[in-house]
Design a protein around this ligand. Sequence first.
Ligand code: NAD
Length: 260
Amino acid sequence: MKLAGKVAVVTGAASGLGAAIARAYAAEGARVAIADFDAEAAERLAAELCAAGGEAGAVAMDVTSELAVTQGIDAVADAFGGIDILVSNAGFQHLDTIADVSFDNWKRILAVHLDGGFLTTRAALRHMYAQGRGGSIILMGSIHSKEASVSKGPYVVAKHGLLGLCRTVAKEGAAHGVRANLICPGFVRTPLVEKQIPELAERMGISEAQLISDVILKTTVDGEFTTVADIAEVALFLAAFPSAALTGQSINVSHGWNMG
Ligand code: NAD
């Protein structure tokens, strides 16, 4: 059991990458808080993990709300005995060019990814520092933390910002035994991407099959999608890694789409 005795909070854990990470952590012995603003789906996953013999609970949390994040993380620490691992993963995509995007949509996407990343990290760090037993902060970046694509400006900007947050927390957290790393997935077929495929194809005036082969997977080494299992495996590796040899890193998991 790689995470026996650890307490993990995973945001955006009711679906996609977050759900796969929560399942992987529970299977390795962690007590897992499923934090999501979709409270019903979070409850369902927590019940599933408990039925499988794990320890899990649901936390209704909008990561853009300072109060909801602070209260939610404090409640997890009280119920489960501190916080050892945070996976700040909640997010969504919005397609628009910089020339067209409304200020409201710009702020909405920065709020979820950047404010949410900051608020959840700050709340978890305060517990990790006070507990004095170190910790692991894992931020969900993207290959768009390093690359740009048309029609994804606010998302690209937000994901680049998380790289700065990760590196800062790696430096500040070191004195407290806290590590921070960024996972940078390529395209994974979660609801976020399934919604985007027809929208992008329509914008570009091409078929969905063409979009997948000629755009989405074009620069991978093998034309393959990354999977939720790939990302969960990396999130498990980062959470369980035993020293600060691995901190401040951004790890691409993208079939070679980006190698930087
Ligand atoms: P998903 O849509 O399957 O899951 C996202 C989850 O986040 C949902 O459960 C949703 O309810 C939750 N959420 C959204 N806004 C929230 C908020 N304000 N507060 C709390 N919860 C909120 O999407 P996914 O693909 O699993 O995405 C997870 C993360 O991975 C996102 O940060 C996304 O940007 C990132 N990512 C995804 C891909 C991909 O190809 N799927 C690639 C790179 C990065």
